[in-house]
Ligand binder design. Sequence first.
Ligand code: ATP
Ligand code: MG
Length: 556
Amino acid sequence: MAEVKHSSNFIQNIIEEDLKQGKYPEGIHTRFPPEPNGYLHVGHAKSICLNFGLAERNHGLCNLRFDDTNPTKEDTEYVDSIQEDIRWLGFSWGNRMFYASDYFDKLYDYAVELIKKGLAYVDDLTAEEIRAYRGTLTEPGKESPYRNRSVEENLDLFGRMKAGEFPDGAKVLRAKIDMASPNLVMRDTVIYRIAHAHHHRTGDKWCIYPMYDFAHPLSDAIEGITHSVCTLEFEEHRPFYDWLLDSLGFDPMTRPRQIEFARLNLTNTVTSKRKLRQLVEEGYVSGWDDPRMPTISGLRRRGFTPAAIRNFCEEIGVAKANSLVDAQMLEHEVRADLNEHADRVMAVLRPLKVVITNYPEGQEEWLLAENNPMHGGQRFVPFSREIFIEQEDFMEEPPKKFFRLRPGGEVRLKHAYIIKCDEVVKDEAGNIVELRCTADLTSKTGGATANRKIKGTIHWVSTKHALPAEVRLYDSLIETDENGNVPEDFLGALNKNSLEVLKDAKIEPSVKLTAAGTHYQFLREGYFVVDPDTTPERLVFNRVVGLRDSWAKVQK
Ligand code: ATP
Ligand code: MG
């Protein structure tokens, strides 16, 4: 596996400073807290690499915690897929997999404690009224007429909320802080709501559910998290995070602390679970793991590797300011990894038959071919009188710098002979259906004319030995502006040509017993991976990336 280099970042610096001051004698403890309401995407990979990476690097621990406080949107399918994706990326939470819903009893008790301290109250205003009373960034909020209920009345009403006496939306529990605070989150944020909804883990036990702002800091504190790393949109919530834990008496020296970083935005890429769900549910893609999806399961099926994704996350670093990262950087890491690890084979995507007229009928020979220039290894590739070449490797009237095959011209067949095109055979409609060529029979490796200078070398597959295959080529799912920004109306910008299926590809026989997930470099064509749709009768490949690396050029 490729070594992941650790670059420093501002969160690592904070942790090192904390450790120096002896702040966390029990060690560093982070967590990755997904809401199980969709599949993870490449943005989550950044958060996973960061949280698990910080723990690993500092000999600490990282928990997996499902933030499942929103019963109507959550599902065990997502819980399962999230675990699979994190494992696949190469991280382990040991035996520390938790659910915010594990803490519902404790969270309820903390809410009661806040009420007893006079720091929370039951409010009867409607959601709309609460919004209106909240004020704006330039105007202070207005206090609710229910704000000054007595502790006893609040305890009674909160207990009856829990007991199911009130319908959804009739009441909420709010923190009692400051309606004039310049920070809108501090204007008595809602901490519990009524929702008569079935929860994927707690069933029908609860009809009140804690809000994220309340459940998250307390879940962190309950688990002994030291550094609660989250994305920038939570910056405004940090004062409430601190207020809540301080109000409930957690030790300010050891209690968790929230640190924000910029979320990952990628060019040409949708990174919003809501939008990705829409693509799946409305049938624009074949599923969450469609190879065009930026979900981790989509990237996996597309053939991206865990090492490439981890290296990419390390390479882009961790910043405090939002930016847009070029998706080609990720492809660059994929190429770098596959260049080292994928075996080379020959596959013809759009075949054109070539008959080598001076090669005896019925004869075949097995030629040695190198698997990987870095790791060596060899295999045999069969050669015979009839082969396939790529349609685009022949042109009847080629432009000047075309160094492939042309009428009367010569080209070298990789690992085999130099051939010359003598005749072009066409069907009635004028389409080229076959080339008739002669081989220089002493030009293969070790032969008298092996070193004869020929400008072009092309790949080929013996027709008799070729395995039929379906090859799927992908392009960006969304058409973006020239800077790679995804438009707001992303469904209106779907790329109609994002998938091209080649049903008649031909592959050399060495890949016969290959299994889903195996990577190859098809010489001159790019990197490919065996798709799970493959059967013993029919190979299916996805193109991972082409060979050209425009990012490497940009860097030079
Ligand atoms: P989305 O906005 O796609 O719905 P989310 O933030 O609601 O994502 P969560 O399941 O809450 O999804 O995310 C789990 C963790 O992953 C959070 O800590 C969140 O900050 C982080 N995360 C989500 N998207 C990104 C991103 N694009 N870059 C970095 N971290 C992210
Ligand atoms: Mg979220």
